[in-house]
Design a protein around this ligand. Structure first.
Ligand SMILES: [Zn+2]
Length: 165
């Protein structure tokens, strides 16, 4: 199955409503991952067709329907998050996950975060956090600011485990 995609030849995803945690992690890892908590299957399929996304879902009916239409879909069987990611890696031919603030997308809205200078955001960030962090990123859509503590470190371990395989 050919899974190479336009943006830097990386796959882009549409994550089904039941798997919001996966969408958030994929975004932080830098993968364009659409996710809507409330969407009808037919609408989801329409959007996937348009953008050539890969569906990630736990819903067997949706997967079956999608595959029948010639769409790419990954059925996530496992309940454990780390195993779910292993299934996704295997089926989408992703080699290694990495956590890199400059590549990450906003976990809330999937928009690419941008590096931002400390002095431009100091009013929005508690001083303790400013003291202990040098790198910050901003989402221009939801205005959220991220730093290594939130953006990266939490996921470092998870990704380390995934890449162990
Ligand atoms: Zn955002």
């Amino acid at each position: 199955m050919e899974m190479l995609r336009k943006e830097q030849n990386e796959p882009i995803f549409f994550v089904d409503a039941m798997l919001g945690n996966i969408a958030k992690k994929l975004r932080l890892m830098g993968y364009d991952s659409k996710y809507l908590a409330d969407i009808e299957d037919d609408e989801l399929i329409n959007q996937v067709k348009k953008d050539h996304r890969i569906i990630i879902s736990r819903d067997e009916d949706l997967i079956r329907k999608s595959l029948k239409l010639g769409l790419e879909a990954i059925f996530v069987k496992n309940r454990q998050e780390i195993e779910q990611f292993r299934e996704i890696i295997k089926k989408s031919n992703l080699k290694n996950f990495e956590i890199n603030g400059d590549r990450a997308r906003c976990p809330n809205c999937n928009f690419k975060t941008e590096s931002v200078d400390k002095k431009n955001i100091y009013k929005k960030i508690p001083s303790k956090i400013l003291e202990h962090n040098d790198k910050f990123w901003e989402c221009k859509v939801c205005d959220k600011i991220f730093w290594e503590g939130t953006h990266i470190k939490n996921l470092q371990k998870f990704v380390g485990k995934l890449n162990e395989r």
